[in-house]
Design a protein around this ligand. Structure first.
Ligand SMILES: NC(=O)c1ccc[n+]([C@@H]2O[C@H](COP(=O)([O-])OP(=O)(O)OC[C@H]3O[C@@H](n4cnc5c(N)ncnc54)[C@H](OP(=O)(O)O)[C@@H]3O)[C@@H](O)[C@H]2O)c1
Length: 281
């Protein structure tokens, strides 16, 4: 199964109807999108994805995440992983979860000795094909140093989030699959004033301070082409429930990497102004 350059970040599937979710997933497959990223915490997203993919499960790579939120079980325990995997598998359908990621736990949790072994057992039992980690900072680095356990990493990457790029490039040498989340930096150019949501506000500030003029490209095209072709990135996960936005991302990726001069301008702006801009969880 091939990972597509653009994946669908399915967080918003929880907030649309079943029919809309079906339409979006069908459109994604028609566009050649094979990677679908969901999580236990995305409301009805896992169940909607499972339903929408039911007949075409073998055309998709489904990525989900967990470690928390299992009824009657403490978060970040071996049991939360074991039951979380079983429940996600029953919602998503198919023989196994293609990629299961530990969803943003800290290093202490990774080192504690019950969570990671539970994930390895789920993989060895054939319930999970690839075990991975999703998050930022020290815990991401911890996972990236353990290729014998993890095969996939998910982390933020975009013109506004370049701190992970050296780790991502090294991960390719170790044959990790790397999924880039927030590739548009939550599209901050949409807002005339500071957005209320904290993560969007962080990107809005970075976008303004970066001071890059994307012309003649539109911002979304610049972001998609920068992120999807960053060395080591396997798939850029564009979060949307709108077909036209997914289509625009696939079209942008089809144009290939950014022109070298534009790419260098984006890198230089971050090097100059992005000191201390760590990956947004
Ligand atoms: N593991 C984690 O902790 C974690 C955290 C964050 C994200 N993720 C994953 O990564 C995916 C992407 O991250 P994200 O959704 O936070 O950020 P993103 O993809 O950078 O941005 C998504 C936002 O951009 C908008 N957008 C998309 N295409 C657009 C376009 N062409 N023009 C203007 N606006 C556009 C979307 O609105 P519309 O809905 O209107 O298109 C949405 O509000 C998520 O869906 C999720 O799968 C994982």
């Amino acid at each position: 199964m091939m990972f597509s350059r653009i994946g669908l970040g399915a967080g918003n599937l929880g907030s649309v109807s079943d029919a809309e979710a079906d339409r979006l997933v069908r459109a994604a497959l028609a566009l050649g999108v094979t990677v679908f990223d969901t999580a236990r915490s995305y409301g009805a997203s896992e169940a909607r994805l499972g339903r929408a993919l039911a007949e075409r499960r073998n055309e998709a790579i489904v990525v989900t995440k967990g470690g928390y939120g299992v009824d009657g079980v403490a978060d970040w325990t071996g049991e939360a992983i074991r039951r979380g995997v079983d429940e996600a598998l029953s919602r998503l359908g198919g023989d196994a979860i293609d990629v299961f990621l530990l969803h943003s736990c800290d290093v202490a949790t990774l080192e504690r000795g019950d969570v990671v072994p539970a994930l390895v057992r789920a993989r060895d039992a054939g319930k999970v094909r690839v075990a991975g980690y999703s998050g930022e900072g020290a815990a991401l680095a911890w996972a990236a140093a353990r290729r014998e356990i993890f095969g996939a990493l998910e982390c933020s990457a975009s013109p506004f989030d370049q701190a992970n790029l050296p780790l991502v490039a090294r991960a390719r040498e170790e044959s990790f699959c790397v999924l880039a989340k927030r590739p548009l930096g939550n599209a901050p150019w949409r807002y005339a004033t500071r957005p209320e949501r904290e993560d969007e506000a962080i990107y809005w500030r970075r976008w303004r301070e970066l001071g890059v003029d994307p012309t003649p490209l539109a911002w979304e095209e610049l972001c998609v082409r920068f992120t999807a072709f960053a060395p080591g990135v396997t798939t850029a996960l564009v979060g949307t429930a709108r077909m036209e936005h997914l289509e625009a991302a696939v079209r942008a990726a089809a144009s290939g990497p950014l022109d070298a001069v534009v790419h260098a301008r984006v890198r230089a702006a971050f090097a100059e102004r992005g000191g201390g801009w760590t990956g947004v969880v």
